[in-house]
Ligand binder design. Structure first.
Ligand SMILES: Cc1cc2nc3c(=O)[nH]c(=O)nc-3n(C[C@H](O)[C@H](O)[C@H](O)COP(=O)(O)O)c2cc1C
Length: 191
């Protein structure tokens, strides 16, 4: 890899920042496919492929909002204002991607490794979308705990809704990420 290619890759990683205000355009089918190809190369012990993605397109956001309200009600929420509020959540971006972890029982691959694998897949997804000019926000919220929602998505109660990724184009320019002092987080082991 050339020096400039290395620099570009690191710039893409370093400049990724979550953006809450997302507008059209959303990625095309081809652009999404590129991102899913990147996501699905994430490290994955014994290649169990525990990660699934579900795309909620712009036209489906209203219907998905109703599903989120049912999920919140499933968790015991009765306040009509909260239920109405969650119905609007999908409209925070032109497209949503749910990242799911479908856990498998394997003697050498504990569940936590499979969850981490989904985390790595999501990061690849975010970086691919960022490289293609889009912005994202990885969210969760109470709804990810709803067994009703898990069942609706084809999951077992033990599986995870690991993220609701909001995808679109940044509505405004934000300040670049501050420099990171790696010394605070990294040390060299010595015997
Ligand atoms: C699994 C997961 C769930 C998250 N859920 C939320 C959320 O529900 N709401 C939120 O504001 N940020 C959430 N975040 C944090 C943001 O995605 C983001 O990483 C954080 O605001 C830091 O910003 P940055 O990505 O620009 O560094 C979540 C992050 C992860 C990894």
């Amino acid at each position: 890899m050339t020096e400039s290619a290395i620099q570009i890759i690191h710039q893409n990683i370093h400049q990724r920042q979550s953006i809450g205000q997302l507008v059209e355009p959303a990625p095309s089918t081809e652009q999404l496919e590129l991102a899913f190809q990147a996501a699905l190369t994430a490290p994955d012990h014994h290649r169990l492929k525990p990660t699934r993605f579900v795309v909620v397109s712009g036209e489906q956001r209203g219907a998905f909002g109703e599903v989120l309200a049912k999920a919140l009600a499933d968790l015991g929420e009765t306040d009509p204002a909260q239920l109405e509020r969650v119905k609007q959540h999908p409209f925070r971006a032109p497209l949503l991607i749910l990242a799911l972890t479908q856990l498998q029982d394997h003697p050498k691959v504990p569940h936590f490794e499979q969850i981490l694998s989904t985390g790595a897949a999501v990061q690849n997804l975010l970086l691919s979308l960022q490289a293609q000019g889009f912005s994202t926000m990885w969210r969760s919220g109470a709804v990810v705990e709803s067994n009703w929602l898990k069942q609706h998505l084809g999951l077992q109660p033990r599986d995870l809704i690991s993220g609701i990724i909001y995808v679109g184009t940044a509505a405004k320019v934000i300040a670049p990420r501050a420099d990171i002092e790696s010394k605070e987080f990294v040390k060299v082991w010595q015997a």
